[in-house]
Design a protein around this ligand. Sequence first.
Ligand code: NAP
Length: 482
Amino acid sequence: MRDTLDSFENLIGGKWVAADDHRPNVNPSNTEDVIGLYASADASAVERAVAAAQAAREEWAASTPQRRHDLLDAVGNALAARKEEFGTLLAREEGKTLAEGIGETMRASQVFKFFAGEALRQAGDLQSSVRPDIDVEVVREPVGIVGLVTPWNFPIAIPAWKIAPALAFGNCVILKPADLTPGCAHVIARLLDEAGCPPGVFNLVMGRGSIVGEAMVNHPEIDAISFTGSVATGNRIAEICGRMKKKVQLEMGGKNPMVVLDDADLSVAVPACLNGTFFSTGQRCTASSRLIVQSGIHDAFVEALTREMQALKVGDALDPATQIGPVVDEKQLRSNLDYVEIAKSEAAEVIGGERLELETPGFFQAPALFLGTDNTMRINREEIFGPCGSVIRVGDFEEALAVANDTDFGLSAGICTGSLKYARTFRRKAQAGMVMVNLPTAGVDYHVPFGGRKGSSYGPREQGRYAAEFYTTVKTSYVFAG
Ligand code: NAP
């Protein structure tokens, strides 16, 4: 079968470079469906990509805002025009439902178009000096060559929200996508190439994190690393970048709380928790994994959420009736199933969570709710990254807030309440980068900052105008005009 599969190569210096090794990109809904063979490069490909970026960086940094705008705008338009095709690929390689795959492709399009506009809006400050006859000018310059390392769970949106600002602000890029989902990154590379991206300005190097990722992070000519992924990998990257004095931005895990107070509207709280906890198979860094529920509403909430959870249709990501697609691979599924056993061993009551055997060989799991839990349990301290949510019963708002903040993470935090007072206090006191009131903890806009606190994030925020903090470096110049 392998001989009949298409091969997908790396883009280095404007050329599609054939790799010696390739890895099959397997559909998690049906492991007999192999999407293609994707390049699995070694460290020498990173060397070539760095050389290509070095050759291109000066000209690209000096390119006009119009040129950068037009490139990013063209990619944004192409993504939107072909959203069904690319959304289908996304669902096929990652396991998100078709609707989510198309939605994420549209998000990538919006991100490219937003940063096309940002390329035109770059401005500095002209200030009067505190000394006579001197002007002070503050401008933003590109950082240089930026290495982007991305995870599998948002395989088109996350590369988009790193590539687009990097190019808009005049940097050259080397992208290493997750090994499990290279297809969407390859799509973006093709679109950039077709839109006339100059050779070396954008380079795609697919391959193992332990080989290609390591080589990028350790490369002295790569000026900055933007990483999204697990805490363990993020910690390692931070140490290396710290040692090398390299600019670094890390977006990592979450253990996001969703508080449901007695005065919440169940018709708002239940859909918000259903979405936040189980949609995208729970494989979102912003997923609501701890549902912190006040005693008075607890039983009615649990009953309604259980009913809705059990009605969710788990199935092939490409089936339009599917609401929950497969887990991304066997390793992640085994880890999820281990956490179901851990929940039982910690004396939680477990509803669902079993492996499902469906028509096709895939990594299907029933969504799981853990009841009667407390915040000290492993299931409430460690990120599971699957379709699993815990319910923690609390007495009042103050206890709910304390439990919500009692975590090593700080990405997103939500509250469902009819009280302006509690909503306001929660917004002020939640130790998280993003706070949601009567909304799921997952689901964000693309034109405002994204990121967290504590163990979830490190370095400047991503997205919106705040992206300039990472992808530019500030220069202050003084001119004596006397
Ligand atoms: P991961 O294992 O850390 O991998 C992320 C990326 O890092 C992949 O491209 C991986 O390559 C690469 N990598 C692995 N080892 C590396 C090394 N030593 N040096 C450099 N790069 C290396 O994470 P994942 O399992 O793909 O993603 C799931 C995690 O991402 C979850 O913890 C989730 O919460 C987090 N996430 C966070 C956000 C956020 O914005 N906060 C968003 C989405 C996901 P390979 O694929 O080849 O291993």
